[in-house]
Design a protein around this ligand. Sequence first.
Ligand code: 475
Length: 826
Amino acid sequence: MIDKQFDKETFKKSVKDNVKFLYRRKLEEATQEQLFQAVSYTVKDVIIDNWLDTQNAYEAQDPKIVYYMSMEFLMGRALGNNLLNLGAYGEVKEALEELGIDINALEDQEPDPALGNGGLGRLAACFLDSLATLGYSAYGCGIRYRYGMFKQEIRDGYQVEVPDAWLEEGYPFELRRPEYAKEVHFGGYVRVEYDQATGQNKFIHEGYQAVKAIPYDMPIVGYENNVVNTLRIWDAAAIEEFGFDSFDKGDYKKAVEQENLAKDIVNVLYPNDNKMSGKELRLKQQYFFVSASIQAAIEKYKKTHDDIKKLHEKVVFQMNDTHPTMAVAELMRILMDQEGLGWDDAWAVTTKCVAYTNHTIMAEALEKWPIELFSRLLPRVYQIIEEINRRFIIEVQNRYPGNYEKIKKMAIIYDGQVKMAHLAIVAGFSVNGVARLHTEILKNQELKDFYEMMPEKFNNKTNGITQRRFLLHGNQNLAAWITDHIGPDWITDLSQISKLKVYADDEKALQEFMNIKFQNKQRLAKYILEHNGVEVDPHSIFDVQVKRLHEYKRQLLNILHVIYLYNQIKLHPEMEFYPRTFIFGAKASAAYERAKKIIKLINCVADVVNNDSSINGKIKVVFIENYRVSNAEMIFAAADVSEQISTASKEASGTGNMKFMLNGAPTLGTMDGANVEIVEEVGQENAFIFGMSADQIINYENHGGYDPDFIYNTDAEIRQVLMQLINGTFSSDTELFRDIYDSLLNTKNCSRADQYFILGDFRSYAEAQKRVEAAYKDEKKWAKMALLNTACSGKFSSDRTIQEYVDDIWHLDKVTVTKSSEAAEK
Ligand code: 475
């Protein structure tokens, strides 16, 4: 369906007009950046019509709305994706060609909005895409960080963090909505007043600092269905506009200070993945966007509904991990202090409105806040949490009389800390994990006590990804080939992709499938040459590990294995070996020293291996700088092997694993997270599985008995690899990698040797890598395996995930949107 407004001539004229209007230039004089802006404004114009139509449809049909509350939305670039979802990519590409503009170059001009760290933030972005495409009314609620994820530069092999000023040139796909601004209050105290009329106590928050929250809306375009939903992210400003008043009164300095204090809140995204940062500013960020979002949701509800006790019939808040869990207390506060409900009524509404998703079992990610800090920053909210806790403990006591262990383990407030997960579970009507294995671990291990007490709340929602960004946009040749063979239905119903299975033994089809992979590998090889100055052979196996750098994800296992292979080739030059390119991409949290060392190690190994002419280029190692959504799309399309090698039980789901699979790369991985379900779909024979199971790992963790020193002492090849970390093989500074070495063994500097079982799984991994090589050598076998991975990826669409959330948790109504222009024609 080609939109009328994308009639080529009209489009071209609009772009020219925009260049003139915005920059006072002719098309030929415009820079690439200016062209990007001009084209984006033309596209935005069309989107806004659909946005208005969607709003009208929602107003007429009054569907239930989900508010997806998340500290992170890792959106990636919008221009290309919007064009695709509008069904106008082809037309616009041609129109631009006629103007002498290359659409790819133009897309590359767009800053990559990176308001998230990794898995959790990207999942939120995929969910918004699916919600719009399925026609559900949804808001994403978040923060408009001035600086999102840092830009990673590699200097001398080290990660250097550079601020990413994504708003600097002005971001065309956002709309400032000052008319919807809200006030958020911090600090102060609560005064209690007895109300004669009602016989109730009133709680009055006074002496607070107020900050203004100003929303910016980003359009979320559904796939060819006229739906445009909204991602609403909040900016902060001082309440007293710094102006003549303060200036005249000599309060100039104070006014500036106020403004800066407010701006601080939204200044920067905390760059931690799977780790909590206990900073006061982080707590401020959380309350800031939660309060503004809930105020906005209630205001919207009240415009067309008068019974606040029925809020849950039209509104549901999904909390993306515990970061927005203050939503529980904030909703209680508004219902009681502003809407006048009593505790029981407010609690009845709240507990039907909020639901919680858990994304990790890593202990260091569990959010706990000192009550001293919490109560000082948010006195009224804290007071409400105290009361929720008091009532909950009574419930626990009634259920388990005399069992004080239970209270210790389950209380929301204990040991001077507020435990956010406990609050989320107690108040939420749904608690879900993000892959089957993960949910089972929550039920039987991490959250066992809560599961025993309230089993009905627990459910699984295996993650998914949007095939529209990660295949239709990221791998356009493969997408076209698939559509040629099975039609376009897979674009909105990925289960249809199983129709490709009939080509699993069709030589011509397999040949074409692998040719496309080869072209994608050439594209990536070119990128690597341009960015790393390293020549890689697209005929070699592209073995890829791209994801955040974290010890549990075990990039270290991968690079130690590379060293092992390197040693083997040096020792046995005649040995048969299929050329391999090991590709890494990963950002490490700025304060995570060991993770940053691992990046340095990868680069040091790359230097040695890539420049050793004696191995005839059999191994190449490449670290791709600044891994992010935009280059990820190209990397997935070019991968042969998908490295998903986390310590079993630690990766809640993983979503990169699904993107590789969709693009025809078999998984080399542990039985962890969604890998389990991937193998179930594609079959054991089309994946390379190794390593200890989650049960085995958990068993070691609970009972001890794992001894990496034994492996070190008895396996000379592994010992050699470890020795090379500290003997100058990869750095003349022999102390450089001492910490990594120490972390693997029971040395005096290490309390938990090899916490992530790298040595424990090493042999099993090396053996799996051998199977990869053998399989790859058999061209036909490999092609079939690759194609079957794509063909069996149907389950892993976020469309499927979202439909499950809708059916089991949110109960939203489907909406159809007709274009007003079309409606008028009828
Ligand atoms: C999991 N982030 C993946 C993905 O469900 C999973 C936590 C605390 C503070 C800051 N960031 C975090 C995460 O926990 C996170 O990203 N978790 C990831 O969520 C989506 O696929 O396995 O690690």
